[in-house]
Design a protein around this ligand. Structure first.
Ligand code: OAD
Length: 265
């Protein structure tokens, strides 16, 4: 797997890693912005990695827009049910646990994620801001009321199969996944709290995101514009790499625990 590249290197020998340790030692208020790369080593595919990314295998236009859902609800619901089952069956990785442990070292840590899984929470982070919603919080397409999930986990084949979405009893509307689709607004409360966290932070850690989806990518850009250091942990160059203060070329599950270890030394 591609994240093996980061694993095979001794990142503690890298000057960017040393600077990240120094920055973390001084930080009082951190915002962590995570993307799909943070959950990759738990076994959840990213979106844009060349061979394994979801959007290299599946067509986002057919799956991740409100129009796609209205055009073919069974296709979209079935695909998201497959992913919901996948997310529920995997475990947080060492990177998620390291992020949760940051709270014991730094006075204020806000975790902002683009991920629709709950792996940060399952690793112990609290108050996580989900900019792109949650795969386990479906709601009515028409009246937006939450729809209680059945206790049984979906057990769908790879890629899902056509499944008609349930109908909401109050209004008869179709139940939709609780994620933010292309062209939709972000949940206002989560976005405002994320903006607030960024403007009050003295360090931003960006973990495993390509940095091309807006407005999420605006958060580190705003921090940089305000003179706040931004340190990226990513196995590859991202759209943010040319601008961030430091890029540590490592996988999340290797680099973040190493960072904590170095702090404890
Ligand atoms: P992407 O798939 O666009 O990017 C994943 C990033 O993670 C890439 O930069 C990889 O190099 C990096 N990466 C992969 N494995 C890693 C690892 N083990 N450790 C560290 N980095 C790793 O995912 P996002 O940036 O999260 O939107 O995508 C943003 C949004 O686009 C998603 O939230 C999703 C998607 O369409 C919605 O679901 C609304």
């Amino acid at each position: 797997m591609r994240y093996g590249i980061g694993m095979s290197r001794d990142i503690s020998a890298s000057p960017d890693f040393d600077r990240a340790v120094d920055a973390l030692r001084r930080a009082r208020r951190i915002t962590v912005l995570s993307g799909a790369g943070a959950s990759a080593e738990s076994g959840i595919p990213t979106f844009r990695d060349a061979l394994t990314g979801l959007w290299s295998t599946f067509d986002a236009e057919q799956l991740a827009t409100p129009d796609a859902f209205l055009r073919d609800p069974d296709l979209v619901w079935g695909w998201y049910e497959w992913r919901r089952g996948q997310v529920a069956r995997v475990q947080p990785n060492a990177g998620h646990f390291a992020v949760a442990q940051l709270g014991a070292i730094v006075p204020a840590v806000t975790v902002v994620t683009q991920n629709v899984d709950d792996l940060h929470e399952r690793a112990g982070s609290t108050g996580v801001l989900h900019l792109h919603g949650s795969i386990a919080a479906p709601r009515c397409f028409d009246c937006a009321r939450p729809w209680p999930l059945p206790a049984d986990l979906p057990d769908e084949p790879e890629g899902g199969r056509r499944l008609p979405p349930p109908r909401y009893t109050h209004c008869g509307g179709m139940v939709r996944p609780g994620v933010v689709w292309f062209g939709e607004a972000l949940p206002r409360g989560a976005w405002q709290r994320a903006e607030h966290a960024i403007s009050g932070s003295d360090l931003v850690l960006v973990i495993g995101t390509s940095g091309i989806v807006y407005p999420a990518a605006e958060l580190p850009e705003r921090a940089l514009a305000a003179g706040t250091p931004v340190i990226e942990f990513n196995i590859d160059e991202s759209a943010l790499s040319p601008y961030v203060t430091r890029s540590v070329r490592t996988s999340a599950a290797v680099g973040l625990p190493a960072l904590l270890d170095a702090l404890g030394e």
